[in-house]
Design a binder for this molecule. Structure first.
Ligand SMILES: [Zn+2]
Ligand SMILES: [Zn+2]
Length: 308
């Protein structure tokens, strides 16, 4: 197999997205060549598109976006174990490549490996190019064959769904427990869906966008929803006051004095603070979206949270 010419969408600056041709070599010995068929657009992709940065992570060279993807196997590397993959297989991609050797990786917590390179993230340099390209070469180890019952579109959703599954598992929430989900975007909705699977007795969802809240409650992702007034505090005190106010809104909306678990799915500083104010002392806080900056976590509250 020789070099293949593929079309790629490449971000060159703020809202400067160009379609270009790229040459890709045959897959390496342990790689698959995958034609990308379906990709979800993540909040981080939107930040990069609109600001050419994501919080304090700056893009330093042209980069393709996209990391929630599925596709078809087009070629199989020479060392990929026989029988594991064949041309035509449909696969979902796991796009974060961990080092495999650090303490976190050897404990099986490779998702938080400090040396992770992640497609369409500008954190590592050279940037690991995203999946909004016709074809990519990707390690076979991080490709997951899809059963026939799962469509390619559903396959692309497995990346954010895995975030939700992991967060709900880490919370060890089971049976008749109450949960607050901050953020009604894709990760918030998928987290709510997982909480349903786990049998949570009451799921409350919050977002600054009332339409998102309505979508979540009308489609039964959550039992109760409320829109959070859009406010920004200039000082730490003002931010903490907003967080306390939102925490009060949450408990009032739910008719509870606190929650057994709180899931932070926004990446917004005051929401992390809200999560800490609103939880019960024996409960956990799961942070599912990376936070860029937290000036004061209010962790002088009774228990420090578990955040991942
Ligand atoms: Zn994402
Ligand atoms: Zn590692």
């Amino acid at each position: 197999m020789s070099t293949t010419t593929v079309k790629a969408s490449v971000l060159h600056g703020i809202r400067d997205l160009r379609v270009e041709w790229r040459e890709i070599p045959p897959p390496g010995p342990s790689e698959l060549q995958v034609s990308v068929r379906s990709t979800g657009i993540c909040g981080s992709d939107q930040h990069y598109y609109n600001h050419y940065r994501n919080g304090d992570i700056l893009i330093r060279e042209p980069m393709s976006l996209g990391h929630e993807s599925s596709g078809m196997v087009e070629a199989v590397g020479s060392d990929v174990p026989e029988g594991s993959f064949k041309v035509g297989d449909r696969v979902a991609l796991e796009v974060g490549l961990a080092c495999g050797t650090c303490e976190l990786c050897t404990e099986g917590r490779y998702n938080i490996c400090r040396s992770m390179s992640f497609r369409s993230s500008a954190k590592s340099f050279p940037h690991f190019q995203g999946t909004l390209q016709q074809r990519i070469n990707h390690p076979a180890q991080w490709c997951h064959r899809l059963p026939e019952s799962v469509s390619l579109t559903e396959g692309a959703l497995l990346e954010p769904l895995s975030v939700a599954i992991h967060g709900v598992r880490r919370s060890q929430l089971s049976g008749t427990k109450t949960a607050l989900v901050l953020g009604a975007g894709a990760v918030g909705l998928l987290t709510s869906a997982m909480l349903r699977v786990e049998g949570a007795s009451k799921i409350v969802i919050a977002d600054i966008d009332p339409q998102r809240v309505d979508f979540a409650t009308q489609n039964e992702f959550a039992d109760v929803g409320f829109a959070v007034p859009l406010k920004q505090g200039a000082t730490i005190e003002a931010k903490l006051a907003i967080a306390q106010e939102t925490a009060k809104l949450a408990t009032t909306a739910a008719g509870l004095c606190g929650f057994d678990a709180v899931f932070e799915c926004t990446g917004v500083e005051t929401c992390v603070q809200t999560a800490i104010y609103v939880r019960l002392t024996s409960s956990s806080v799961q942070v599912l979206i990376p936070i860029q900056k937290v000036t004061d976590l209010a962790v002088n509250r009774p228990l420090a949270p578990e955040a991942e």
